[in-house]
Design a protein around this ligand. Structure first.
Ligand code: 6CS
Length: 255
């Protein structure tokens, strides 16, 4: 099998981790090392388990779970938001981040898009989402017709879809959009979408690696009590209070 035990991971001294390069959730440094809120928490927790290193692989969201289960990496730490179908396919840790979704729209928000309901009420609106991403699921669950969805392969392509007017908005996590608009002043970020589900993520392990996941959860629970945890989340612009009291069981009920 492709599974990994705690003992093997300690012996290797590292875990291979899938990320997306979508700051502030995940980011690849110029030297190839990985950072961002989720990899930084993963790295810090693994260190407490005597697994000192992480090795990052950048991949689109839709490939993260297939690649994990095929053994191409040992864990996903990318802000891979929990929902029923994903929780059925992987063994998630308890949540590390709880966050919000927004629309990236042309400055001034000419089509007045602030809620999922707005999209349902105006059949002319087209919304860009990442293929296989949580946001594509939000639109599907809300029964937004597929001809109103513009599928893109990565965050940069989503921004381009809006600037080229192939889409009226790009639906993505609020903080990811805040980062992207730093380099595109023609787009602004709406307030968190009130009728979108609560997004939460943690490390995703293979179902067969429940021992590793369970040990990780123990170490994570301890780490969350240290000031270091809040420091990492705040460094990347996340509210460390948002995850308090939220469980993977609850987040896994998302459609
Ligand atoms: O979980 C997901 O699929 C989404 N997570 C993040 C952090 N960004 C976009 C992606 O679609």
């Amino acid at each position: 099998g492709v599974g990994k035990t705690v003992a093997q991971a300690k012996k290797d001294g590292y875990l291979r981790v899938a990320i997306a390069n979508e700051p502030p959730y995940t980011q690849v440094n110029a030297d190839g090392t990985v950072t961002g809120a989720e990899p930084d928490v993963l790295h810090a927790v693994l260190k407490t388990m005597d697994i000192p290193e992480i090795e990052g692989v950048t991949t689109p969201y839709e490939s993260m779970i297939p690649g994990l289960n095929a053994g191409r990496w040992d864990v996903v730490a990318a802000g891979l938001f929990m929902k029923q179908s994903r929780c059925a396919a992987v063994a998630y840790s308890e949540p590390v981040i709880v966050s919000t979704e927004s629309f990236g729209v042309p400055v001034g928000n000419p089509k007045n898009i602030t809620t999922v309901k707005n999209v349902l009420d105006n059949k002319d609106l087209k919304i860009a989402v990442l293929s296989g991403g949580f946001e594509e699921g939000i639109l599907k669950t809300a029964k937004v017709p597929s001809n109103q969805q513009v599928l893109v392969k990565d965050a940069r392509s989503g921004m381009e879809a809006v600037t080229a007017k192939r889409a009226d908005a790009f639906l993505l996590p609020t903080l990811s959009l805040n980062d992207l608009v730093k380099s595109d002043k023609s787009i602004e970020v709406t307030k968190p979408i009130e009728d979108a589900p609560k997004t939460g993520s943690g490390a995703a392990f293979r179902k067969e690696d429940k021992e590793l996941r369970d040990e990780y959860n123990k170490a994570l629970a301890k780490f969350k009590e240290t000031p270091e945890f809040a420091k990492i989340l705040e460094k990347w612009g996340f509210d460390p209070e948002a995850v308090k009291g939220v469980t993977s069981e609850e987040l896994c009920k998302n459609e």
